[in-house]
Design a protein around this ligand. Structure first.
Ligand code: PNW
Length: 463
């Protein structure tokens, strides 16, 4: 058995739009996703998340489900338009009451709440009236919203996350157009991301000035990155893999941990990459108290300067034509239902890469998990592939910790089967199976397995 450090934090994650439902209940305003899902053809077989896993109305029982498996931390997101139905201005007290109660119930069960302020459900008003993330106006609007959340919840929160995966929101929302707000541009992703970085940094500044002292809280943001393994040891392929990581993770982590965008991005993007002023650099640099990583898969990377037709938005890590990188997979790699390669060593290598490049930061994996074709059979879901997936990735975490990587915690995506964005309910990531007709929850075999892992604080070694 591979034993983890005594204080290692085991958790699981969800996000508001994907689990809550109750899209217009108790004064909630609409978000871009409430509307994007209504456009014919955007979402797998016309699914939307008006009800989702109905977590809003089942929250107490869901907290009990977490307690049942011994979860020590729960990462959830706050729905901006539940708190501020118009995006700004008047506070919806019923929205505050919901999250306040959730936080209290978690604390009663000794589960540490890890709220994310923004997991892609931008209030619709800010999209319609202010042009969403393309307008620098978003920086102040987001800070105003964060201030409200800190004001009401900072007394009970120790770990804050500002915004989830700016890469996905910028690239899939403004580049490939497969997520809200559905725009297709080769310039806008870099502008949207720039504004997200500035918003993040300004929120952190506000937090440190006004709220940190209350609870000595820490703050960061989950950045997602897949691993890029050089296809060959040729220098051009090694360089291509590094460049792919620059464009995926360095895009955000370099400004935050090192003070500016990666050189490779500046050189290749020219005017399409906005520049930080000196004051902005100072504000962005150091705006994370720890590294929060979401990680799902790995690809080979090779140098390539033409023929980019293989680029699939969710496998690409950005525009291949900007990076001159071609991705591929090993035919021996198992794939999940998302089509994502199962390559546990990729997480190990990425953890080391982060450790080295960003000065050995304390790190939490705020998402890792997989979708498989889970079948309910006689009231049971025997998701042995998920167990093997988790066992593989968690074993690699153990190895990295043994070599000095300061990994402090791990969150499974996800507690519940939920609304998987443009893929609707067709992909199940949960430790709990959700029957979307009745909203009934059934623990999968992986939930029992994770419960034992947490209890023993150890994982069985892979053979
Ligand atoms: C994460 N893609 O992001 C999100 O934070 C979750 O909301 C999501 O459910 C989970 O991964 C599983 O997909 C994504 O490239 C990262 O298509 C990448 C993609 C989609 C979601």
């Amino acid at each position: 058995m591979l034993l983890f450090p005594k204080d290692f934090l085991w958790g699981c994650s969800t996000s508001a739009y994907q689990v809550e439902g109750a899209w217009d209940q108790d004064g909630k305003g609409p978000s871009v996703w409430d509307v994007f899902t209504q456009i014919p053809g955007k979402i797998n077989i016309g699914h939307d998340a008006r009800i989702a896993a109905d977590h809003y109305n089942r929250m107490e029982r869901d907290v009990q489900l977490m307690a049942d498996i011994g979860i020590r931390a729960y990462r959830f997101s706050i729905s901006w338009s539940r708190i501020l139905p118009q995006g700004q201005g008047k506070v919806n007290k019923m929205g505050i009451a919901f999250y306040s109660k959730l936080i209290d119930l978690l604390l009663e069960k000794d589960i540490t709440p890890w709220p994310t302020l923004f997991h892609w459900d931008l209030p619709l008003t800010l999209q319609f009236e202010k042009d969403g993330l393309l307008n620098p106006y978003i920086v102040d609007a987001f800070t105003e919203y964060a201030d409200v959340c800190f004001y009401y919840f900072a007394d009970r929160i120790k770990y804050w996350l500002t915004l989830n995966e700016p890469y996905v929101y910028a690239m899939l929302g403004y580049g490939f157009g497969c997520m809200a707000p559905g725009r297709k541009s080769m310039t806008e992703p870099y502008l949207a991301a720039h504004h997200l970085l500035l918003a993040h940094a300004k929120i952190v500044q506000l937090f440190r000035e006004k709220y940190k002292h209350i609870n000595n809280g820490k703050i960061s943001l989950p950045l997602n990155c897949d691993w890029r393994e050089p296809l060959t040891y040729k220098p051009e392929d090694t360089a291509a893999a590094q460049r792919a990581l620059d464009f995926f993770l360095g895009w955000f982590a370099d400004p935050i941990f090192l003070g500016d965008y990666p050189e490779s991005m500046k050189v290749r993007l020219g005017d399409r990459l906005p520049a930080f002023s000196t004051d902005e650099k100072d504000m962005v640099r150091g705006s994370a108290d720890f590294f929060a990583l979401n990680h799902y898969t790995t690809h080979y990377a090779e140098a390539c300067s033409e023929g980019f037709e293989n680029a699939v938005p969710w496998e690409n890590g950005g525009f291949a034509e900007d990076q001159h990188v071609k991705l591929s997979s090993d035919p021996t790699w198992e794939k999940t239902e998302m089509g994502w390669n199962v390559v546990p060593y990729g997480l190990y290598k990425l953890l080391h890469w982060i450790h080295k490049r960003y000065g050995q930061p304390e790190t939490y994996i705020t998402e890792n998990g997989c979708a498989f074709n889970d079948q309910l059979d006689n009231g049971c879901v025997n998701d042995h592939q998920r167990i093997e997936f988790l066992r593989g990735y968690i074993s690699e975490c153990h190895k990295a910790i043994g070599e000095g990587v300061k990994l402090k915690g791990y969150f499974v995506w996800s507690l519940l089967d939920n609304f998987e964005w443009m893929l609707g309910y067709s992909k199940r990531f949960g430790l709990y199976y959700v029957d979307f007709q009745t909203a009934k929850r059934i623990p999968k075999a992986s939930a029992h397995w994770y419960c034992n892992l947490i209890k023993s604080n150890s994982v069985q070694e892979l053979k």
